[in-house]
Ligand binder design. Structure first.
Ligand code: AGP
Length: 344
């Protein structure tokens, strides 16, 4: 098969990456589980930037709902600028970074180590600085990612967080669902490559809505549209959207919305009704037909909402890739960006 971009070819690699994580990372997570049992861990503290931060936000929802540990995303400036880090000694500290080279992420991990916290790195480079600081490494097994726009590494980070949560929480049902994902993702990639994006050729701004587990899905889709297609996209939790941003709704501001069939379905359907009264054009990602959607991408098989971020990812990544091409941009080399961004 020939690919139009590196980004597209890397999306097609996702099923194999996930298979490798299932094959090689279960033993590592089981070791982490044993270690955690012997320590007094009361919370989880995650550090990440960009795409990795969006993956980590899914991790927060997972860990809090399944393991019930309060989980915070770090404020790195407290470590790198203000020199006032929180107390981490009873936390599990997780650094999530595909490159493993972000100075701020590494400084959070190093401070966790100094305070005696147990530190885990989720990274695509097992020789990177973040891997060297960590007590345990969960590799992404994604191979080199050449496109500046992260796709397979995002999914690999997300998938590692699912595996981690399923095993630590003793959730066999979740673990069984993870084994279905490689084949399902293959189907989603092939189906989403056929989405006609020409309609959005002139779109330069949009809103993306998700709720709960898919709020980070909305954030990651928004980031992908910004960096590959230079679209001013803003992501909202559907709850927050009602607290002010709803006033933006017009017929010329498209809304993309993730609507899994689960606990958030009724609430999201209500938002769609409200938006359609304002003649907003809606693109819905869902598992069943959405009445008021102008475009409705329906996934081949219904899965539980908790796991839906895994299969939403390849679909919005493919749209971002194809829309960039439609607009005449190269998603592999967005203007001003490099593959590794070092911030403090
Ligand atoms: C990915 O599409 C972005 N270009 C960017 O957000 C990237 O994810 C971020 O710089 C974090 O990188 P890291 O995972 O290597 O720390």
């Amino acid at each position: 098969m020939t690919y139009k971009t590196l980004m597209e070819s890397e999306i097609y690699e996702e099923p194999r990456v996930i298979e490798k994580i299932l094959k090689d990372n279960i033993g590592i997570v089981e070791r982490i589980k044993e270690y955690i049992k012997s320590r007094r861990i009361s919370s989880v503290y995650i550090s990440a930037r960009g795409t990795s931060d969006n993956a980590s936000t899914i991790g927060k929802y997972l860990i809090e709902s399944v393991l019930r540990f309060p989980t915070a995303l770090s404020a790195p400036s407290l470590f790198t600028i203000y020199n006032t880090p929180p107390i981490l000694k009873d936390s599990l500290v997780i650094g999530v970074s595909q490159s493993g080279r972000g100075e701020d992420v590494n400084e959070v991990m190093a401070e966790g180590k100094r305070q005696g916290a147990f530190c885990v790195a989720i990274t695509n480079d097992t020789e990177s600085p973040v891997a060297k600081i960590a007590d345990e490494i969960l590799p992404c097994w994604a191979g080199e990612e050449k496109s500046v726009a992260a796709t397979k590494t995002y999914l690999a980070e997300v998938f590692n967080l699912y595996l981690f949560t399923a095993i630590l929480g003793g959730r066999k049902d979740l673990l069984i669902s993870l084994y279905d994902m490689p084949r399902y993702i293959e189907e989603v990639i092939s189906k989403s490559s056929e989405i006609d994006v020409t309609r959005y050729h002139f779109m330069d701004r949009c809103i993306i809505i998700g709720r709960g587990f898919n709020y980070p899905t909305a954030m990651e889709f928004s980031l992908k549209l910004k960096e590959t297609s230079y679209i001013f996209s803003e992501a909202f939790s559907s709850a927050d959207f009602l607290h002010g941003p709803l006033a933006l709704a017009t017929s010329d501001l498209p809304v993309f919305i993730f609507v899994p069939s689960g606990p958030t379905y009724i609430h999201l359907s209500e938002i769609i009704s409200v938006l359609s009264e304002k003649h907003t054009e809606i693109f819905a990602f869902s598992f069943e037909k959405i009445e008021n959607a102008r475009i409705n991408f329906i996934f081949p098989k219904r899965i539980e909402e908790i796991i839906s971020p895994i299969i939403f990812a390849p679909s919005f990544q493919m749209i971002a890739n194809n829309l960039a091409l439609e607009k005449g941009h190269n998603p592999d080399h967005p203007r001003y960006l490099k593959k590794v961004t070092i911030t403090r």
